[in-house]
Design a protein around this ligand. Structure first.
Ligand code: UDP
Length: 317
């Protein structure tokens, strides 16, 4: 298939683009490099440096489907700058959907998020559970999910939204790296690399066993492979939504401990206030995607995810 991967110079988009190329697809990456890196575009992919609001020209060349990763994705930043999140994530995606319609591209796999659920009433979270996002990031992604349902019904779009929980690990040297790093595992590994003195633990008074937030981690390779299954599952007029998690969670303190074991570094921690917008526990049931699309986790251990991320820090792509 001829595929457009928006945000394919970012962490997850680059791994998905690499896996698509391995399967013999023709891949064009569209990325404005606002947070991505040109050297993360996998060899073999064509690259267009542009915003998703400028996708019409590229799409008119003829594509079978879009895999849409390009987005603003930081919870804390979204609380401080909600307008940025609404305009990029919702406005940008509506422009992309419009361009797809004009070009006759009728399949999309969308990078949604666990943040659409907000503070859950129960765990693991099911796709049928209420969506009450606690921050503008989750709200903007939920609005896109709502738009996709409408577009599927009205225009026959075939859409699959994958609601990621936390993603970790690396593939082929493609790893998580942001100019301003906010994510837990990369920040902890920066301490082990000697780039930071300590890691801040945001909140130790949550209603969890050790007082720190609990998150559900999936290896980026397993996550990427779910996109390949989702692409095949796109059916005209249908919008399907699947959670992607492991069904179990690790606290911030447990993650730091695994990082200590993997790196052999003592990794000092400091306690900091809660980060606005963070739910206490986010753990997914992925039973639906397993049952309907046959998704399985080949790399389920947090230790392996941290080890792969650590190896990629030492030997980047
Ligand atoms: N976190 C932390 N210190 C950091 C970065 C993150 O304590 O330097 C916490 C954060 O508050 C959350 C968890 O680690 O409870 C996971 O945060 P991350 O930003 O990695 O992912 P998110 O769950 O926000 O998508």
């Amino acid at each position: 298939m001829r595929l457009l991967v928006t945000g394919g110079a970012g962490y997850i988009g680059s791994v998905v683009a690499a896996r698509l190329l391995e399967r013999g697809h023709e891949v064009t990456v569209l990325d404005d490099l606002s947070t991505g890196h040109a050297d993360a575009v996998p060899p073999g992919a064509s690259f267009v440096q542009a915003s998703i609001t400028e996708a019409a020209g590229v799409l008119s060349e003829g594509f079978d489907a879009v895999l849409h990763f390009a987005a603003k994705s930081l919870v804390g930043e979204s609380v401080e700058r909600p307008g940025l999140y609404w305009s990029h994530n919702l406005g940008g995606t509506l422009a992309l959907l419009d361009a797809m319609r004009q070009a006759g591209v009728d399949r999309i796999v969308f990078s949604s998020t666990a943040a659409t659920y907000g503070e859950p009433e129960r765990t693991p979270i099911l796709e049928t559970d209420p969506t009450r996002p606690g921050n503008p990031y989750g709200a903007s992604k939920l609005a896109v999910d709502t738009a996709l349902t409408a577009f599927a019904g009205l225009y026959g779009l075939g859409a699959v939204s994958l609601r990621y929980f936390n993603v970790a690990g690396a593939y082929g040297g493609f790893r998580e790296r942001h100019t301003v790093e906010t994510h837990l595992i990369p920040n902890v590994l920066k301490v082990a690399l000697g780039e930071r003195e300590s890691v801040s633990v945001f909140g130790t008074d949550y209603p969890t066993p050790d007082g720190t937030c609990v998150r559900d981690y999936v290896h980026v390779t397993d996550l990427a492979d779910a996109h390949l299954l989702a692409l095949d599952a796109c059916a005209p007029g249908e919008h399907r939504i699947y959670n992607l998690g492991s069904g179990s969670g690790f606290s911030v303190k447990e993650v730091v401990e695994v990082c200590r074991e993997v790196t052999g570094h003592p990794i000092p921690v400091t306690t900091a206030p809660r980060r606005p917008g963070d739910p206490a526990v986010l753990v997914a049931s992925s039973e639906k995607i397993q049952r309907e699309l046959g998704w399985t986790q080949a790399h389920g251990s947090l230790r392996d995810m941290v080890a792969d991320a650590w190896a990629a820090c030492a030997k980047p792509a």
